[in-house]
Design a protein around this ligand. Sequence first.
Ligand code: SAM
Ligand code: SF4
Length: 322
Amino acid sequence: MLIDGHGRVVDYLRISVTQRCNFRCKYCMPKTPFEWTPKENLLSFEELFLFVKVAIDEGVKKIRITGGEPLLRKDLDSFIRMIHDYKSDIDLALTTNGYMLKHYARSLKDAGLKRLNMSLDSLKIEKAKFIAQKSVLHEVLTGFEAALDAGLKVKINTVALKGVNDDELISLLEFAKSRDCQIRFIEHMENMHADDELKGMKAAEILDVIGQKYKVISDGKLPTSPASIYMLEDGYKFGIIDPHKHDFCESCNRIRLTAEGFLIPCLYFEDAMSIKDAVKAGDVKGASEVLRKVLQNKPEKNRWEAGVANETSSRAFYQTGG
Ligand code: SAM
Ligand code: SF4
């Protein structure tokens, strides 16, 4: 079992398989041009898999593949299959913007993927284009249907932004409900790459908007999820991911691995250690030692609540996987 320096059990690994993305979401990507990390600096799937085996052997029970846009990485289904074949009961999930899902949903499911989270910030063509800085809505909704048709369980992720999609929270909730999917509204996490003009909605503001139409009952928090869960009177449940909340980190059970091999104990802070040398040398013991050190140094809590400008990690969400 993996236990961090604050006594929390860590059993969830998020792997960002690429930082590349086909969207330019305003809350994630910088406005200014930048270079992608050269492909040769990325770990191969075999190298990532060596670490995955270490993590599973030590107690990881849930793995989420993310990015950038993970479906841009060639042969992602083969990586999913490697993990599934190693331990078929691992809770194996993906986070995607959905744009390319229509091509891959079936093969991902066949490879062993159980479920996915798909980002959907607007149901309006122009608004979705404003956020992603590309006309995306049609492809995203087609991808969503393809995932459901393939038999994948889908959750919808929506970053709630003032003056951008605050008028759509109810229609997004009703859309998710009509398709029997849970929606999770995510508080915007300030970071130095996001558009400065964006203002995120806090959980209370999101609940106020939904409360104007529905009676909302708090349903607590699952110990293994970052989302606070709420219920409508008819039993439909939705979530709010509220990292600004003071006790958000109490049940944190996760670590993150980037495509370049940095193991990150907390999204907020800069600290990370590299597993690159260990996995390139096939050094299982070395990889395990890095994992233990990272856990020992996992911070107790983030500082989003404090709202200190420019204190957050210099790594962007498209690098860490969100
Ligand atoms: N490209 C995929 C996608 O968009 O779903 C996976 C990577 S993306 C970085 C993972 C999640 O992070 C998405 O749900 C996205 O909405 C969220 N995210 C990105 N930047 C964020 C920010 N500044 N605040 C809150 N959530 C953010
Ligand atoms: Fe790409 Fe996802 Fe970031 Fe949007 S949130 S730019 S889709 S990585």
